[in-house]
Design a binder for this molecule. Structure first.
Ligand code: ZN
Length: 502
């Protein structure tokens, strides 16, 4: 009875989803609420839950159901929930089963050790303290890559964990075009720093008042207090614990308003994706974003394309004046728009503007490939990093902490993750072209504080599908074309021409 097997599969996947979301909940709690001494007990809870989830996901029972369900899958249309659920589960199952439990355990152990070493190395600004851990991580990642034989190159296997189905060669082509287009633009910005003044957002901004400002306008962007929360975390993120339970986090810099302002719009963009999955996908592995790049396309669309636009500032200027009259009563809408779009080559990826950001990513993408392929020794990484920072951004790296040690990803074992950030920007611009073609007056409504048309368009064309389609199919579905850097290049060139001159 195939229907009975399908029901069993849905039941088991529902339980795994519950475990997964419980893990997400205790991760959220760790970042927002947990007292410092809870860390030890929490580490045990993480290990137990992660172990249970892995065990369930790779159980022979699932393998048997998947075998039984082959004819069932074929008898349903490809885009149906039934066929999609079986297909996505099979892909995941086959991938997970290929990695021996010992290697999985060794990888978690290595990142457990690498994390405190990275913290100490960053504090001492000494890459040498972290280098042996990166070496070990690369060794294990090469073993991981060797578990698969279907990939064209080692990096494909790493990338696939974050951007399923994406090939290194496709990313390399997009990034080569971006790098060639952005490098001269960034050089132009560097020479004309006097043209845009970003100081409007610098001042005295108590966290409580920033929060009040955010909570006043976030609902118009789709924040729903009955199914979302906004809390403080040191490294902001958004987490979907269910379609009607989405946790957003932010951090307040009391000396600079733009950090939490744009950081929260960004996370809210992620949150809308998590809240937008069709309800018939809920409590299944299909209630997830199609890929990290697609997830990031949503945060960047709201943060940059919407949130840094002129119409948005027509809407936001009175709000800033209302909440911080002493700071903004004499600042014009034009000055705020320009300040929000200040661009400047800098050292730190997470603080980078829309124009320079992708160059930080391209640098990491190139170095990661050289490391995993053995073309670059860990001992030579520092020098290679600093040279690329000079070439791409014209920036001299003064110390390791602000250079090669700035990101947590390698300590966490997240090799192959970085490209998804810049691909998110690329996809966001493709989606935006499509939105403007469908809704020619959409920007006029932003000036009035109305974003519902855009939200509904995104839900209809992207969010509701969850993971029913592959990442590539989803991009084609929402953008009407395959991955293409040209819309982003046109968008960013237009902005730079306007603000910094041709
Ligand atoms: Zn993001």
């Amino acid at each position: 009875m195939p229907e009975a097997a399908y029901d069993r599969l849905v039941h088991v996947l529902g339980q795994i989803t519950d475990l997964d979301r419980t893990l997400g909940l205790i991760e959220w709690d760790q970042q927002t609420m947990m007292p410092p001494r809870g860390a030890e007990a929490r580490a045990e809870q993480f290990a137990t839950l992660a172990g249970l989830i892995h065990e369930r996901n790779t159980s022979p029972e699932i393998g048997q159901m998947l075998d039984e369900l082959r004819p069932f899958e074929e008898s349903h249309p490809r885009e149906s929930v039934e066929a999609s659920l079986v297909r996505v589960t099979r892909r995941e199952y086959e991938k997970l089963r290929r990695v021996p439990v010992e290697l999985q355990t060794e990888l978690s152990r290595a990142s457990g050790l690498a994390f405190p070493a990275w913290v100490a190395a960053k504090k001492a600004s000494d890459f040498a303290l972290f280098a042996p851990h990166l070496e070990r991580m690369l060794e294990l990642k090469r073993e991981y890559v060797a578990c698969f034989d279907e990939f064209e190159c080692a990096y494909d296997a790493l990338l696939d964990d974050f951007e399923p189905g994406m090939k290194t060669s496709e990313v390399a082509a997009v990034f080569a075009r971006l790098r060639d287009a952005l490098t001269p633009l960034v050089a132009r910005i560097r020479e004309r720093q006097d043209r845009v003044d970003g100081s409007a957002f610098v001042g005295d901004f108590p966290a409580e008042r920033q929060r009040a400002l955010l909570l006043e306008f976030l609902p118009s962007l789709g924040y729903d207090a009955d199914s979302m929360r906004l809390d403080v975390a040191p490294h902001p993120f958004a987490s979907g614990l269910g379609i009607t339970d989405v946790r957003l986090t932010t951090r307040f810099d009391e000396r600079n308003l733009s950090s939490a302002f744009y950081g929260t719009i960004h996370e809210q963009g992620h949150g809308l994706y998590e809240a937008g999955f069709s309800s018939d996908l809920d409590r299944t592995p299909l209630a997830r974003a199609a890929s990290l790049a697609l997830h990031e396309s949503q945060s960047r669309l709201w943060e940059n394309i919407v949130g840094r636009s002129r119409p948005f500032w027509t809407f936001a200027t009175p709000l800033l004046r209302k909440h911080f009259p002493e700071q903004f009563s004499d600042v014009s809408e034009e000055a705020l728009f320009r300040a929000a779009n200040q661009m400047k080559p800098s050292l730190i990826r997470v603080e980078a503007d829309e124009a320079t950001y992708s160059l930080h990513i391209i640098l990491r993408f190139e170095l990661e490939q050289d490391l995993i392929n053995g073309n670059l020794a860990v001992n030579d990484l520092l020098q290679a990093w600093n040279a690329k920072m000079r070439d791409y951004l014209g920036v001299e790296v003064p110390n390791d902490a602000q250079g090669v040690l700035q990101d947590i990803h390698w300590a966490d074992g997240y090799l192959g993750y970085f490209p998804t950030y810049a691909l998110g920007s690329v996809i966001s611009a493709q989606i935006w072209e499509r939105v403007k073609a469908d809704l020619p007056n959409v920007e006029d409504s932003f000036a009035k504080g109305e974003f519902v048309e855009l939200r509904e368009w995104l839900r209809e064309h992207l969010h509701r599908h969850g993971r029913k389609f592959t990442a590539k199919e989803t991009v084609e579905l929402v953008a009407g074309q395959s991955l293409d850097p040209e819309p982003f290049i046109a968008y960013i060139t237009g902005k730079i021409d306007e603000l910094y001159g041709r």
